[in-house]
Design a protein around this ligand. Structure first.
Ligand code: FAD
Length: 443
């Protein structure tokens, strides 16, 4: 009898993991609380589109579905910065213009990974099943359906059920010394829309991630295949100017005209969107351990939700699937060892990504607007060009390689130390030379 896995959650990572486990010949039952996304329901409450990069593409390639996903993707080659006067500055992501991140629709990606899982006859997907509790020692999941309770038992249960994971909550309640930490940003987010032009054309540069950096807050926009853009406003929940104080249509109009004047004419449904779309919160979750004996494991946001500012949450969740699959292959007869190895290979990297994502919020909303930032990016690209393979900017390591996140973060600190140390040394040398020159002239 093949090992039977019960997967809870068929979001982005759940569908992909179902496909990986199905490919290995395991018996898989995947339970999702929502209805089938292929029946047209939108994955509500989360971003409409998101950026997939090297790590996510690698995970999709291993299953042969990367082209299927990328066929509908829009490459974004850099950041298009919109300042308050409407001036635009383009900052490429990498010295190599071919390196880009890709904007894809969440619903289309979700559908593709679920289809990929269902290509294996040993994978079954059950929608409208909400997990309420898990028996951690017996690997049994209790689920609610429209017609009553269902019990699903297997050899192991994997929680791929997102940041507010029911599987993790069972672990939090039942495992003594389970480590858990959640922290919310003071900012929330709201999605808004820029529709295509009257002739169905793009109203801004399509191959860029647009940013309106405004120091303590920002708006971004990612392109969609129908020539529209999805904008996301990241703004304080509370404060003198915030979601809390912006109540009337006039408040919204005034705020947007003041802060994003070039975007307002492109957003005909701004007032309705602002009123109707929910304001989401941004959470970082760290926990340990991500497994319990050979019975339970956590994957993706259930184990490590991060704020979205590095565009890596889903990429990291996909990388989890690759690593868990590798560990199960390395220890086919010892699942507990496989789970332990998966946890030890991923935990440090998930923690590093959580920090990088928060740091990048400050970079995006504040530093991208400055000349110093643009000069630093140019220096980064110059050094990358002069020292290929030796100097790699942090963004490049995180986004365009599969180097472990923790290694990338350490290497960036080391590189920065050398670059800034050298610049400081050169500065001192120039200063001393100038003083010497001055003395010669004076005396
Ligand atoms: C605004 C925003 C922008 C983002 N942009 C990016 C980006 O550009 N790039 C990127 O890589 N990442 C991005 N992310 C992060 C990305 O969305 C997540 O990291 C990713 O969705 C995690 O996948 P997951 O499968 O672990 O969780 P989810 O996608 O949340 O899926 C969890 C699934 O489990 C189901 N579920 C939940 N509870 C239960 C239950 N009790 N029983 C049964 N099913 C359940 C849910 O319905 C859902 O289908 C962004 C996130 C946000 C909020």
């Amino acid at each position: 009898m093949p090992t039977k896995f019960i997967l809870i959650g068929s979001g982005l990572a759940g569908g992909l993991l179902g496909a990986y486990l199905g490919r290995r010949g395991y018996d898989v039952d995947l339970y999702e609380r929502r209805t089938d996304p292929r029946e047209g329901n939108i994955v509500g409450g989360r971003s409409i589109n998101l950026a997939v990069s090297t790590r996510g593409i690698h995970a999709l390639e291993q299953l042969g579905i990367a082209n299927e996903v990328l066929r509908h993707a829009i490459p974004m080659r850099g950041r298009m910065i919109h300042d308050k006067s409407g001036d635009l500055h383009f900052a490429p992501y990498d010295v190599d213009p071919k390196k880009c991140i890709n904007s894809i629709g969440r619903a289309a990606l979700n559908t593709t990974v679920i289809d990929a899982a269902q290509r294996y006859p040993n994978v079954r997907v059950h929608f409208n099943h909400r997990c309420t509790e898990v028996d951690l020692n017996e690997a049994v999941a209790y689920l609610e359906t429209e017609t009553g309770q269902v019990t699903a038992s297997g050899d192991a249960v994997i929680g791929v059920d997102g940041a507010f994971s029911a599987v993790r909550q069972s672990m939090q309640r039942k495992i003594e010394k389970f480590e858990y930490e959640e922290s919310y940003l003071a900012h929330g987010y709201k999605e808004l829309a820029i529709p295509p032009g009257p002739d169905g054309s793009w109203r801004m540069e399509k191959n860029a991630l647009h940013i309106w950096p405004r120091k303590s807050f920002m708006m971004i926009a990612l392109p969609n295949p129908d020539c529209s853009f999805t904008c996301t406003l990241f703004w304080e929940f509370e404060g003198p100017r915030s979601f809390a104080t912006t109540k009337t249509d006039d408040d919204v109009r005034d705020f947007f005209r003041e802060e994003f004047p070039d975007a307002v004419p492109l957003m005909p449904t701004l007032l309705e969107d602002f009123r109707q779309n929910p304001t989401g919160s941004l959470v970082t979750i760290r926990c340990a351990s991500w497994f319990h004996k050979d019975k339970i494991a956590l994957v993706g946001d259930a184990a490590h939700a991060v704020v979205p500012f590095y565009g890596q949450g889903m990429n990291a969740a996909f990388e989890d699937c690759v690593v868990l699959d590798e560990c199960l292959a390395e220890f086919p007869d010892n699942r507990e060892r496989a789970f332990a190895e998966y946890f030890s290979r991923r935990k440090e990297n998930a923690d590093a990504l959580a920090d990088l994502a928060i740091d990048n919020f400050i970079e995006m909303r504040d530093k991208t607007a400055s000349r110093a930032f643009r000069a630093k990016k140019k220096l980064d690209h110059l050094l990358e060009g002069l020292l290929p393979g030796v100097y790699l900017p942090l963004y490049t390591m995180v986004t365009f390689t599969r180097m472990p996140y923790a290694t990338a973060a350490k290497r960036a600190r080391f590189q920065n130390g050398i670059v800034y140390g050298s610049l400081f040394g050169v500065g001192i040398l120039v200063f001393l030379l100038l003083i010497g020159l001055f003395r010669v002239i004076a005396g």
